[in-house]
Design a protein around this ligand. Structure first.
Ligand code: SF4
Length: 241
């Protein structure tokens, strides 16, 4: 019983949805059944899209160095970063919810809030396939004027969001909150494995690894745990409180 209550506590939203379905099945079985059909449709769509998206996030995580993301999409990337983000969002495919895991990975690797807003917004409203359809049904002039105005609005919105929202305001993975990460210097043999795995977080100093900043929002706790496991001398201590 306690396990069930704990499960409900941990998944409040899911429990609330299940309860809503239960009530709907009692008061309006017809509506409940169409609602289930819709949910199944979206679930199938998500199952088709999400594996590709997760593969993409893994590729970004493993193959694109943090420094590259910071340089091209970070806080100091300027108009070039805005342009790149606009292109990335516009050339994407798939529904908007597919953009969120990618955005989270990019944020964790150093992309700015402004550029993430630009990616999400252009992904949602000015994707190339969408523009092609729009031109076909409403005419190229309509599409072109809407594109120009939308891009202007997206850039303004991105700049404003960059000023208003800070990375520390974003939710962290549960395990990241109040976590401490340290390296027991006496055990570190300077092999560099941790630095190779998370070059932004760890660095070498006098042949020993050091932690460059306290991990917080956007730093994947799972990846940190992997560095703990891979450290040959178990010198890394990661303690989510
Ligand atoms: S993996 Fe472990 S031993 Fe190797 S540099 Fe990092 S902390 Fe030191």
């Amino acid at each position: 019983m306690t396990a069930v209550l704990n499960g409900i506590k941990k998944n409040r939203l899911l429990a609330l949805v299940a309860l809503a379905y239960l009530v709907l099945f009692i008061v309006a079985p017809g509506k409940a059944s169409s609602s289930v059909q819709n949910s199944v449709y979206y679930l199938v769509e998500m199952l088709q899209v999400l594996p590709v998206i997760f593969l993409l996030t893994v590729v970004i995580e493993a193959w694109i160095p943090k420094e590259t993301i910071i340089l091209h999409m970070g806080d100091k990337s300027g108009l070039w970063g805005n342009f790149l983000s606009l292109a990335l969002g516009s050339l994407s495919a798939g529904p908007i919810y597919a953009a969120f895991p990618i955005s989270k990975t990019l944020l964790g690797k150093g992309a700015s809030i402004t550029n993430i807003v630009i990616i999400l917004s252009s992904w949602a409203v000015i994707k190339v396939p969408m523009l092609a359809n729009e031109a076909k049904f409403l005419g190229p002039d309509f599409m072109a004027v809407r594109w120009v105005l939308t891009v202007a609005a997206i850039l303004v919105m991105g700049a404003l969001m960059g000023k208003i929202v800070k990375k520390k305001d974003l939710p962290a993975d549960d395990a990241d909150e109040k976590a401490t990460l340290t390296i027991q210097q006496e055990y570190c043999v300077g092999c560099g494995v941790c630095v190779k795995m998370m070059p932004g977080l760890y660095a070498m100093k006098d042949n020993k690894a050091v932690v460059q900043f306290e991990p917080g929002p956007g730093v994947p706790s799972e990846k940190i745990r992997q560095t703990v496991q891979k450290c040959p001398t178990k010198a890394i201590v990661y303690l989510p409180e």
